[in-house]
Design a protein. Structure first.
Length: 567
């Protein structure tokens, strides 16, 4: 169950947490005279801007998703996590410095429209928050009424207020100027903002090269939420490396910046991302991969529970085939260095097991070493370019258990050697599936235009259509794929993936209940799959599906992430 961190809820939560920690106070007013990123001092590594933060926060606070999540096992686990405790500690420190609690109730009562958060240090949570509001409204706020507890300062002829908590060293600074509320955890950030607002020649975030590059490439009309990241700074930050869920830190270091816009369009939420590569890719390789991916998308069934299509070489294709089709759960065994001992008998010529040996066909070869080596070589001869994995849960014939049939399709640069693929697949499966090569002979099936199937109890099928080879463990799913004809996608697509939450979530609950059945649950820690993850799925039960389309060029990756909601 995958929900990307840049979805609407994640964006709203980030702004909410930032606002809670900041204790921000603001009310809706007309659009600002100047873009907010012109008022933010340089040096920020992450910048989030909302067109109407008040509306987003109100929608989240009144949503059924929020109510369900706060009661869920997923929230229970999160509330005891190290990250949550660190955020709570920072919030307490801010409350001690500001002299008032930065709670959600107060934030909701004072929320305004155009708002921005600029993060300068992840570990110390050093940030600047600014929003447009009416000065008259702010005069009634608790923060303004407590200004006598702060030390007055001046920057660009404008007064602001600073207070420090001696025990934690946390600083809180705020100011009101030209219908803006400014709030920061560093005095210099707030002073720098006042100087920029007064027309100072200081450098703003908008003038930084990485930020300007990202904004120039983004859509002209920003989304309801916009997030811009300096990945060169973020990827090397120890706290990011610790808490980043994906843990693909090495891959992240290959990019310099990213920008993401979220658009809410009724039941459709659309996220447009652009990620800038640190080094340029080969355009001819990208074009070849995109053509291969497009050929696989043309045979993608419409009702798949899950799929992903991407560029892939021989090793990645082999790994997917082994895991999904040919040898799931198969573990390699250590090579013996000593010959087995032989028990001498009284001259017995044979045994009952010899009756299982077939003499009318050649036995499947079993070479020493890695049983997948032959298949890797057979795949490599045709130079795999892209791979598609399609899966959907289904009930067994008795209607009791669930299975997850799969199809793995590989698009190659050349024609496939069918005989070599058959022999290599036999060799890979032989150690786990049989002791005498039974059930490892291919037979031809005429259905769905023709394919090959192993004649044993283990359902494995193989089909070749032009330069695409298919391996499957379910004949019905393979037939559906073979008979699918889609229009090619518009423009070159280098990666595509989707998950149908509406189709798969009930089966997910059943399957995970079986997986966790023998696991020991404690009062402190709910069972991971059937309680923790399942509760998160139930929280967002109105999410119908999520789809990702990626188009790569020599210097950037453009992604469109689409969230479809039932209501």
């Amino acid at each position: 169950m995958r929900f990307r961190s840049k979805s609407l809820i994640a964006g709203v939560l980030f702004l909410s947490v930032s606002g809670i920690i900041a204790g921000s106070l603001f009310r809706p007013q007309s659009a600002p005279a100047r873009p907010l990123d012109q008022l933010v001092p340089e040096g920020s590594m992450l910048y989030i801007e909302a067109k109407d933060f008040a509306a987003l926060l109100k929608e989240w606070n009144s949503s059924s998703e929020r109510a369900q999540w706060l009661k869920s096992d997923n929230y229970r686990v999160f509330s005891t996590s190290r990250l949550f405790l660190r955020l709570g500690e920072a919030s307490d420190q801010f409350a001690a410095a500001a002299g008032l609690p930065p709670n959600m109730e107060f934030l909701t009562q004072a929320a305004g429209k155009e708002s921005a958060v600029a993060l300068y240090d992840i570990g110390n949570l050093e940030f600047l928050f600014l929003t447009r509001l009416s000065s008259a409204n702010f005069l009634q706020s608790k923060l303004w009424q407590s200004r006598s507890k702060f030390q007055p300062r001046t920057a660009a002829g404008k007064q602001f207020y600073v207070r420090k908590d001696d025990s934690s060293g946390r600083v809180v600074a705020f100011a009101v100027f030209d219908d803006y509320l400014l709030l920061a955890t560093r005095e210099d950030l707030l002073a720098g903002t006042l100087e920029l607002m007064s027309g100072s020649k200081g450098r703003s975030l908008q003038q930084e090269g990485w930020y300007a590059q990202a904004v120039a490439a983004a859509p002209k009309i920003s989304g309801d939420l916009r997030m811009v990241m300096d990945l060169k700074k973020i990827a090397v930050t120890p706290h990011f490396r610790t808490y980043w869920v994906q843990q693909n830190i090495t891959e992240m270091q290959g990019y310099s910046a990213a920008i993401s816009d979220l658009y809410r369009e009724g039941r459709l939420y659309r996220e447009e991302r652009i990620i800038f590569a640190a080094e340029q890719a080969d355009e001819s390789d990208l074009a070849q991969s995109a053509q291969a991916v497009s050929s696989l998308l043309a045979v993608l069934p419409k009702d798949a529970g899950f799929y992903h299509v991407s560029a892939a070489g021989a090793q990645a294709s082999l790994a997917a085939m082994r895991q999904k089709i040919l040898a799931p759960g198969l573990s390699s065994t250590a090579d013996r260095t000593l010959a087995p001992q032989v028990q001498l008998t009284g001259g017995t010529a044979g045994s009952a097991s010899d009756l299982e040996t077939r003499i009318d066909v050649a036995p499947a070869s079993r070479a020493a070493g890695d049983p997948g080596q032959a298949l890797s070589e057979a795949l490599g001869k045709s130079t795999p370019l892209a791979m598609m994995v399609v899966q959907s849960t289904a009930k067994t014939n008795d209607g009791v258990l669930l299975r997850i049939p799969a199809v793995v399709a590989i698009a190659g640069a050349g024609d496939w050697d069918v005989a070599a693929l058959e022999r290599a697949a036999q060799q890979l499966m032989a150690p786990a599936m049989t002791t005498s090569d039974l059930g490892l002979q291919w037979r031809e099936v005429k259905d769905a235009g023709g394919y090959f199937e192993l004649d044993g109890l283990n359902p494995v099928q193989m089909a070749v259509r032009g330069r695409i080879v298919y391996f499957a463990n379910d004949a019905a799913l393979l037939s559906t794929v073979l008979q699918t004809k889609n229009q090619p996608p518009s423009g070159p697509v280098t990666y595509a993936a989707a998950f149908s939450h509406a189709r798969e979530r009930e089966n997910f609950y059943k399957l995970t209940s079986l997986l966790d059945q023998n696991a020991r649950a404690t009062e402190q820690e709910p069972q991971f799959f059937s309680q923790n993850i399942a509760s998160f799925s139930r929280t967002f039960s109105d999410l119908e599906s999520e789809e990702v389309l990626t188009r790569a060029t020599k210097d950037r990756i453009q992604q469109t992430v689409t969230y479809r909601w039932i209501h």
